[in-house]
Design a protein around this ligand. Structure first.
Ligand code: SAH
Ligand code: SF4
Ligand code: F3S
Length: 470
């Protein structure tokens, strides 16, 4: 493994130099035709935002993008390590590229992202898939041009990971997937080390972008017509730690909210241990911050929360929720839940059920616990068999279905501001969202996509609303 020689002070110029070399090389190889890339992203919005940077860099090198690997000169999978299922899909999908590579040996296949920051996985990938030419982890994103050029020019396999130097690299070009919904990372990494979670190991320590850089990017997005902007971080509530500026996440989002324009601001993810009243007050008093709070609680049982190293208990969680409900009218609350954490009993699980009944979440992201190599929970006793966990999981889904349906039904007759997002190919209706992030389906012209409208809610279908644009 040869380490890259990233120039940390002058990385933009240095990496631009490599992008130009790639452009020249590809132009010769393709005899002037536009080179094509296929980028497939697994995992969370952090990965989506990283892929937008990779696309930004490739655009500078003259690439266009395709949505099938078959036509591409460069294929990249940006991977996620959060659960075993996510990793299995990557192994399967990369394996399936073998035939394509045999047919078209000039294609370059690359892997990056969170899975590649795990030594045992990156090595397994490298060994199992000799047709993969380039492997790099999340900390090497900024020197992607150099790594790609090296693989292209030498024809040798390039493998780089574990280059964490805690620096933030501003100014990398971004090619956004959307024209009216945009991601805006405010911080990277995580210091929380929840005992089940791999993220701190693959994304490194928490580091915050400077407020001015974030404000500039927010202005740029708003001025170019973005209507729905999501501030991203693994734990946005601890934004600002280690910065010279005296700033909190609540202050930051409050500052962004002052930028004039017609847009919504969202953020994810909030950690309950750091979710301040100041933040809730800021949402309540803001002009643009959506009335949606995604606040993962993971488990309703205090002993399990302790074993998860979450640093809050059920009482503290409910306090924040009740404060939010009191201050933000009709607030829409969503959450993440893990079922079957090691040592969880059916009684513990019932505490989760009782909590979801009490809070009445709009929707939930529910996961069966998946052991991750290197995390403390993977070493804990886990006596409950998978079939039993699946049974609990189904129980959770069915309880939540009733709650979501009731919540949606209570909205019938209300008038809501909605953002028109797409056309639902199945029924031809416009797929829209309200400020609480609930889907609202309406009749209407596709020319409305990307605009705000007002709709009267006419019907509730489980967790989806139907409405009439007025
Ligand atoms: N930073 C965010 C979540 C990041 S991961 C937060 O703290 O809320 C997204 C979700 O995946 C987590 O909220 C958790 O519910 C789930 N998750 C993480 N690790 C998991 C594991 N090992 N098994 C099952 N679910 C997991
Ligand atoms: Fe993982 Fe916990 Fe960090 Fe979220 S806060 S990314 S669950 S360690
Ligand atoms: Fe997955 Fe990495 Fe996100 S592990 S959930 S893509 S931070």
């Amino acid at each position: 493994m040869q380490k890259s020689d990233l120039n940390k002070e002058n990385y933009l110029e240095q990496q631009n130099y490599y992008l130009n070399l790639i452009a020249e090389l590809m132009s010769v190889r393709k005899r002037g035709e536009t080179p094509l890339a296929f980028i497939h992203t697994y995992g969370c919005q952090q990965n989506v935002a990283d892929s937008e940077k990779i696309k930004g860099m490739l655009s500078v090198a003259g690439f266009d993008f395709v949505d099938k690997p078959d036509d591409a000169d460069f294929i990249l999978f940006n991977t996620c390590a959060v659960r075993e299922h996510a990793e299995d899909r990557v192994f399967g999908n990369v394996g399936a590229l073998k035939t394509l590579k045999r047919k078209h040996p000039q294609i370059m296949i690359a892997l990056c992202g969170c899975m590649m920051e795990q030594k045992h996985i990156a090595e397994r990938m490298y060994k199992s898939f000799p047709f993969v030419s380039l492997v790099f982890g999340t900390h090497s994103l900024q020197n992607f041009p150099e790594l790609y050029y090296r693989a292209l020019f030498t024809g040798k396999r390039v493998y780089e990971r574990d280059n964490d130097d805690k620096k933030i690299y501003e100014g990398i070009p971004v090619k956004r997937d959307g024209t009216f919904k945009g991601w805006l990372p405010v911080m990277y990494g995580c210091d929380n080390f929840c005992t089940y979670c791999i993220v701190p190991y693959v994304r490194g320590r928490e580091r915050s972008r400077k407020p001015q850089d974030i404000l500039n990017e927010a202005k740029e997005l708003i001025n170019s017509g973005y209507k729905d902007i999501t501030l991203l971080g693994q734990n946005v509530n601890s934004y600002g730690k280690g910065l010279e500026e005296d700033i909190t996440f609540a202050k930051l989002i409050g500052e962004i909210d002052k930028i004039p324009g017609d847009y919504w601001l969202r953020f994810m993810t909030s950690h309950p241990k750091d979710c301040s009243k100041e933040l809730i007050d800021t949402i309540a008093n803001s002009e643009h911050i959506s009335t949606h709070l995604h606040l993962p609680f993971q488990s309703g049982s205090d002993p399990i929360l302790k074993k998860m190293n979450r640093h809050y208990d059920r009482k503290k969680y409910l306090e924040i929720i009740n404060y939010a409900k009191e201050k933000i009218p009709n607030v829409s609350i969503t959450s993440d839940i893990i079922v079957g954490f090691p040592g969880e009993t059916y009684e513990d699980f019932q505490e989760t059920i009782s909590l979801i009944k009490e809070v009445e979440f709009t929707s939930l992201f529910t996961f069966i616990y998946s052991p991750r190599v290197g995390t403390p929970a993977a070493e804990m006793d886990d006596p409950i068999p998978p079939e039993e966990k699946s049974k609990w999981f189904r129980e959770l889904l069915s309880v939540q279905e009733g709650i979501a349906a009731k919540r949606c039904a209570s909205m019938v007759g209300k008038t809501e501001k909605i953002l028109v997002e797409s056309v639902n190919e199945k029924n031809g209706k416009l797929q829209c969202r309200n400020s609480g992030n609930i889907i609202v389906e309406c009749e209407g012209e596709s020319s409305l996509i990307g605009t705000f409208q007002t709709a009267e809610i006419t019907e509730a279908r489980n967790w989806i609303l139907r409405g009439k644009i007025i």
